[in-house]
Design a protein around this ligand. Structure first.
Ligand SMILES: *[C@@H]1O[C@H](CO)[C@@H](O)[C@H](O)[C@H]1NC(C)=O
Length: 338
């Protein structure tokens, strides 16, 4: 059954036996008015969602146009590539961070500037205690519970926010993101937790005649072994992928949750500014442009894929295919899939 364009169904299961059926209408022309939070008296502020879908405006700016094109592309891709409509429950929404004060929902994707987004949201929620996102240590930004997750709320509270808040997400070329995750988690000596938790398993399963040290430490996993681990059906049977290599499609449910802004890592600065402008906090907080370049040189992945056989390249592409399709990333030219 196909939903009418623009209509979405979110079905949330309550902890008890009742099914709570919630119809979640995305109304582009008439977003809900209430922000339900401390607004400055005498100064009526439009919510970010209203600012984005300003119905009166006939001419869209180039920026609005580009954001709209991405939304439409995502919607089309969802219609043509997803068959089954899944049912979401609150626990599927762990990655969605809520800012009630500004009417924002952000789905964080690791390896796509998510530390900086969390810092920015902490600044916004700190009531003036913080002003500089970079003053917040990275590890503090990731402490569970520092930011509110949509999954902590009741189905009714969730739906009210999904209807009236500006929902945004930041994505990145899937293989650039994957290689970035590999390099960060498996080639840095300090990431011992990942070496122990995943590295030892990868070495055990995917290396012939591993040395006792490698089995014990798991700190020298090659990209080829990592790829074998990802495409091995046992891996996802055992447990879900770690969030650093889990697909955006599974982390953020972009075909069930209508994201208003799809930002891209490749145009991080502009897109981040657009979100902050919509939220009306351009003057309050600046998105950190990190000293080290976040620009990908576009062929980091190509260098790593040289060592992967065509068969495994094809398997890996199938695994990440939805992320390529939904976010308009073309099949990499370096890929040898036959
Ligand atoms: C999708 O990608 C193509 C090729 O890179 C580009 O020309 C087009 O503008 C993109 N479309 C959207 C909606 O981003």
């Amino acid at each position: 059954m196909r939903m009418p364009r623009g209509g979405r169904l979110l079905l949330a299961t309550s902890a008890g036996s009742l099914f709570v059926l919630v119809l979640y209408f995305q109304s582009i022309t008439k977003p809900e008015l209430s922000l339900g939070s401390e607004e400055v008296p005498g100064k009526s502020r439009r919510s970010p969602l209203q600012t984005l879908y300003n119905g009166e405006q006939l001419e869209l700016s180039e920026e609005q146009r580009s954001l709209q094109d991405r939304r439409e592309l995502l919607e089309e891709a969802c219609l043509s590539h997803t068959k089954k409509r899944r049912v979401l429950s609150p626990k599927d929404l762990k990655h969605l961070i809520v800012d009630d004060k500004h009417g924002l929902i952000y789905c964080y994707v690791p390896k796509v500037a998510c530390t900086n987004w969390k810092r920015v949201l902490m600044v916004l929620g700190s009531g003036g205690r913080y002003t500089d996102p970079l003053a917040i240590p990275a590890n503090e930004a990731h402490v569970a519970g520092k930011l509110r997750s949509l999954s902590d709320l009741s189905p009714a509270e969730i739906n009210q926010r999904l209807r009236s808040y500006l929902k945004f997400i930041f994505v990145r070329e899937p293989f650039e993101r994957l290689v970035s995750a590999y390099r960060n988690k498996f080639t840095r000596s300090y990431n011992t937790a990942f070496h122990k938790r995943y590295g030892t398993k990868i070495v055990r399963r995917h290396r012939q005649n591993p040395s006792p040290e490698a089995l014990e430490q798991g700190n020298d996993v090659s990209f080829r072994e990592f790829v074998q681990y990802l495409v091995d059906p046992r891996t996802q049977r055992d447990e879900p992928f770690n969030e650093h290599w889990e697909r955006v499609h599974s982390l953020c449910h972009p075909c069930l949750i209508h994201y208003d802004v799809v930002g891209k890592y490749e145009t991080l600065e502009t897109d981040a500014q657009a979100v902050l402008r919509l939220a009306g906090v351009e003057g309050t907080v600046r998105f950190p442009t990190s000293g080290k370049s976040t620009r990908t040189d576009g062929n980091m992945a190509a260098r790593f894929f040289k060592h992967i056989t065509p068969l495994y390249q094809r398997k890996l592409f199938n695994l990440y295919r939805m992320d390529f399709l939904l976010f308009n990333y073309s099949t990499p030219e370096y890929l040898r899939t036959r």
